[in-house]
Design a binder for this molecule. Structure first.
Ligand code: EPZ
Length: 419
């Protein structure tokens, strides 16, 4: 297992380029199962979760070649419709093959994703929606079993706007007979990106990005090329890196329109932010310590839960107090105890963090626990006095491409060592 070692206190300066969005690449790769023909997906982030999805598609029988940020997939034939526990337990997003397998091949057996550090994360809405589309769905021995001769369009209401649930149902409905309407659908940019890719392949989808998506099923989908949108959470993470180190950085090749809640909150902390077409420039040097702000995570277009840990780190060194309310997951606070080891005055009250900012954090050995908590600890280490060692960085490698190289490129004193 590796660790990342940071000597904090350097104000970051310079430019960093954002990679493709992990949470867009994963459903897009899974959706290649829906049809034959070759799909060439570019701007795919080189992260572990993408490699895992590629392995899963290979196990199912697709021909997958991954080189640099390009993935070429041909799923004309497959020789298995089973996503095994050994692989699903390493990546919950494996659930995204359920809808496509069922829609294209009439059956699917996918291991139930287990528990997760950030919450129970049930998939009941995925299963209820597929049942609505006419599938027979049951759970046995830890596996989801689904089968259907051909899915039929239906009206589906999601109790909560589930991101991968919306994606699974949109993919399944794209080959169903008739029209499907998904109400209270998630509106994340990654859903729009998936819908754009499916539409290029012949799917008939309107309303992606709104809370009502209408899908008119077609007989088959063809192959297509696609460039994955930039990762808004990676972009936001680097903006917070600039803010927490009172630096001046530019985040390039991003989509500022996907970053509005993050930009708004960072401006509220006093950071000077300028937005261009594909770049965001942040200068936090002039304002000294950030001002404490209150944050409430919400489904898009609200403040993203995937940026909560990063903002908790920033608020830990802010002037005054702040309250961060996590409304999406029930226990996404694994970073809190580790931040306290670095001197943060932060306590959990139900689904809220009560934070009183301090002048400086102090470096310490800390333990990563999930992808975004790890990012929060890296950010805290960049600002802390002394050396911080973040252990179990395999969590980080799931969703951040070359993070230590990108941060070093901004002047951070950071490297990766065997733990
Ligand atoms: C996606 O997870 C993302 N993952 C997560 O990013 C992100 O945090 C989350 O959406 C929220 O934005 C991918 O896209 C691969 P949900 P997902 O279904 O789809 C409840 C990261 O760090 N729910 O939108 O699993 C659920 O418990 C990861 O990149 C049900 O109750 O999240 C949660 O409280 C972490 N039943 C809420 O809905 C269901 O059937 C939102 O979950 C489904 C979800």
């Amino acid at each position: 297992m590796d660790k990342i070692v940071i000597n904090g206190g350097v104000s970051l300066k310079g430019r960093v380029r954002v990679s493709g969005a992990k949470n867009s690449a994963l459903p897009i790769l899974a959706s290649t199962i829906l049809g034959g023909g070759e799909c060439m997906i570019s701007n795919v982030p080189r992260v572990v979760d993408v490699v895992t999805m590629g392995k899963l598609l290979g196990i199912l029988g697709a021909k997958v070649t991954q080189e640099a940020s390009r993935v070429v997939i041909k799923a004309d034939v497959i020789n298995s419709t089973q996503a095994p526990y050994e692989l699903v337990k390493t990546m919950r997003a494996s659930i995204l093959v359920l809808g496509p397998l069922l829609a294209r091949w009439g059956q699917a057996t996918v291991s139930l994703p287990g528990g997760c550090a950030i919450g129970s994360r049930p998939v009941n809405m995925h299963l209820a929606g597929l049942t609505k589309l006419g599938a027979e769905v049951w759970v046995e021995h830890g596996y989801i079993h689904a089968r259907a001769k051909r899915l039929t369009g239906a009206a589906i209401y999601c109790d909560v706007p589930t991101v991968t649930g919306t994606e699974n149902l949109m993919m399944a409905a794209s080959l169903a007979q008739g029209t499907t309407v998904i109400e209270n659908a998630a509106k994340e940019p990654e859903i729009v990106d998936l819908a754009d890719f499916l539409t290029k392949r012949g799917a008939r989808i309107i309303g992606a990005g709104t809370d009502m998506i209408t899908i008119e099923g077609v007989r088959e989908l063809r192959g297509s090329d696609h460039e994955v949108i930039p990762d808004r959470i990676e972009a936001g993470t680097y903006l917070v890196a600039g803010a927490i180190t009172r630096g001046s950085i530019s985040v390039d090749r991003c989509r500022p329109d996907h970053l509005e809640p993050v930009i708004a909150k960072l401006r509220e902390t006093g950071a000077d932010i300028r937005v261009e077409k594909e770049s965001v420039h942040l200068n936090a040097g002039a304002s000294g310590r950030p001002d404490g702000v209150d944050i409430r995570t919400m489904p898009f277009p609200g403040f993203p839960t995937d940026m909560q840990a990063q903002m908790a780190a920033l608020m830990a060194v802010a002037r005054g107090t702040s309250i961060i309310t996590e409304t999406v997951f029930e226990s996404r606070f694994m970073h809190v105890e580790e931040l306290r080891r670095m001197g943060a005055d932060i306590r959990v009250e139900g689904n809220r963090l009560m934070i009183t900012g301090c002048e400086r954090l102090t470096g310490a050995p800390v333990m990563a626990s999930d992808l975004r908590a790890s990012a929060g600890l890296i950010l805290a280490g960049l600002a802390a006095e002394g050396t911080t060692e973040v252990l179990r960085v395999y969590h980080l490698d799931r969703g951040y491409e070359d993070i230590e190289d990108k941060l070093r490129g901004l002047g951070a004193v950071i490297d990766r060592r065997a733990a």
